[in-house]
Design a protein around this ligand. Structure first.
Ligand code: ADP
Ligand code: MG
Length: 480
């Protein structure tokens, strides 16, 4: 027990190990409003980051015998608060009412931290301090938001209307219309743009909430880092204090078991606590490979909204909007030409427009269809004969009478594995994708698996002319 002098009053600060909240001691409105005032004062005094990490996860439990009882989710937090902030918090409480003389911090465990409640016992103060400092730094682990990715700059078309509408609902609704919101679609079709738009808008509209946005890769990186330095608890607490958790490109979580497990727990805990979760991926929840079945099904509990490949109208609409934004003079026929030619994704479309604008700026020549064709020669040419991995997988599956999902699945039987190796081999031969990229497209396989497949198929082609011919038929079907 720590004795605390405050003015001429003596006050006591007690920290206990478990919840001892007596029945019938619910805090009255006055106490509640004093506690709300403490939130404000604390935030003013210590700043947003410290507030979010430490005070925000505290919950007012009870008031009895001149004692404010507040709970925190773990022992680690309790220790840290006791050493660093409790005396000040008590002073703030006492300023609200002379009836308050003690502050009791208790641990009320919950799903997200229970398995770690004992992991920190015996830690030295130094260790606790180091962890907490690391945590404080990590508070800003949210990825920065691109200021260009706003709702106002998002052009709506048939292909993305559903995802856009869902995003708007989440931002506008006071209650949670669906949880989680799962947005999926191919590369460069605007998933990240929508995610950033939601995050920016929420932060603006609800500044009191913590909106954490990060890529699945960053999530994993942070988690692995936390594991190494034995700070998993700090990691968990960080996520627990979040109101809205947004994870972009969740397909990258597949396969890494501990991260998946962690993500699943975080996910469940947050859903149980009624926190909004928004996920993006390059495919539907059911098609996520190498992801635990429980997680996969939980991901599709809320609303699943897809972004389809763009239509000509949408591409033209986007080009017109970007032209206005850039303030360049590009005639409509040029935009129409681009919308017709560059169909793979919006990112490439934007790239093409930027190049034309830059060229016009440097040469001071007016933009025409001819200059456009010249400037984009290489892009248009490569575009005409671009083969995608999806296409290869489709063709190969068809050829060997397999399901498309067999291309991503973990099944290893020869009749599935061999065609899959052929598809990997063709992907390496016919696209500019790197080995890791190809591996990802095949159910998150490792680049060494792809390398092995390429070698194996080369070998087989050398040994067996009929096999070589088979592969050649496929190659010609794809390139022809
Ligand atoms: P994804 O995350 O799906 O791979 P991005 O969100 O990064 O794709 O989008 C790629 C680029 O295309 C970004 O610059 C984005 O602003 C732009 N873009 C995509 N869809 C739209 C849209 N509907 N309106 C305006 N810009 C878009
Ligand atoms: Mg993206």
């Amino acid at each position: 027990m720590t004795t605390l002098e405050s003015g001429n009053k003596k006050a006591y600060l007690t920290v206990v190990d478990s919840a001892l909240t007596p029945e019938g001691f619910e805090p009255n409105d006055k106490i509640k409003s004093i506690w709300a005032g403490v939130y404000k004062s604390f935030r003013n005094e210590f700043g947003e980051a410290v507030y979010r990490s430490w005070l925000k996860p505290m919950t007012l439990q009870a008031f009895y015998h001149n004692t404010m009882e507040v709970s925190v989710p773990t022992r680690f937090m309790k220790d840290w608060i006791q050493t660093n902030y409790a005396p000040r918090i008590l002073e703030m409480c006492m300023a609200g009412s002379p009836d308050i003389k003690r502050l009791e911090v208790v641990v009320v465990q919950n799903a997200i931290s229970e398995d770690l409640s004992s992991a920190d016992t015996g830690k030295t103060t130094e260790k606790v301090k180091a962890n907490a400092n690391a945590l404080a730094e990590e508070v800003e682990l949210s990825s920065p938001l691109d200021p260009r990715f706003k709702f106002e700059t998002f052009v709506i078309g048939k292909s993305n209307a559903l995802a856009h509408a869902a995003a708007c609902r989440v931002v506008e609704s006071e209650t949670m219309p669906f949880n989680p919101l799962f947005i999926y679609g191919g590369v460069g079709l605007g998933k990240t743009h929508l995610m950033h738009a939601i995050a920016s808008e929420l932060r603006e509209k609800r500044p009191e909430q913590t909106v954490m946005y990060l890529s699945a890769e960053k999530f994993m990186f942070q988690f692995v880092k936390a594991l190494r330095s034995q700070e998993t608890m700090a990691f968990k607490e960080l996520f627990r204090s979040v109101d809205v958790l947004m994870i972009d490109d969740v397909q990258f979580i597949s396969g890494k078991e501990s991260t998946q497990e962690e993500f699943f727990h975080t996910f469940n805990a947050l859903v149980d606590m009624n926190k909004q979760i928004i996920i993006s991926a390059d495919r539907a929840p059911g098609d996520l490979q190498g992801i635990d079945e429980r997680l996969r099904s939980r991901l599709s509990w809320g609303l699943v909204a897809d972004i389809q490949p763009s239509t000509y109208e949408l591409r033209l609409g986007i080009l017109k909007a970007k032209r206005d934004m850039l303030g360049v003079n590009i005639p409509d026929p040029v935009l129409e030409f681009l919308a017709l030619k560059v169909t793979s994704n919006i990112r490439e479309l934007e790239g093409a427009l930027n190049r034309i604008a830059a060229h016009a700026d440097v040469t001071n020549e007016p933009v025409t269809l001819e200059t456009t064709q010249n400037v984009l020669q290489d892009l248009l040419r490569s575009h005409d004969r671009r083969i995608t991995i999806d296409e290869i997988q489709r063709r190969v599956a068809e050829h060997y009478n397999l399901k498309l999902t067999d291309m991503h699945s973990a099944r290893r039987s020869r009749n599935v594995a061999r065609p899959r190796q052929v598809a990997m081999y063709l992907a390496k031969q016919l696209t500019a994708r790197s080995l890791p990229e190809i591996g990802r497209k095949f159910g998150g396989r490792d680049h060494t698996t792809v390398m092995h497949a390429v070698r194996k198929i080369e070998e087989l082609c050398d040994e067996d002319p009929s096999f070589a011919q088979d592969v050649d038929v496929l190659r010609r079907a794809l390139t022809g």
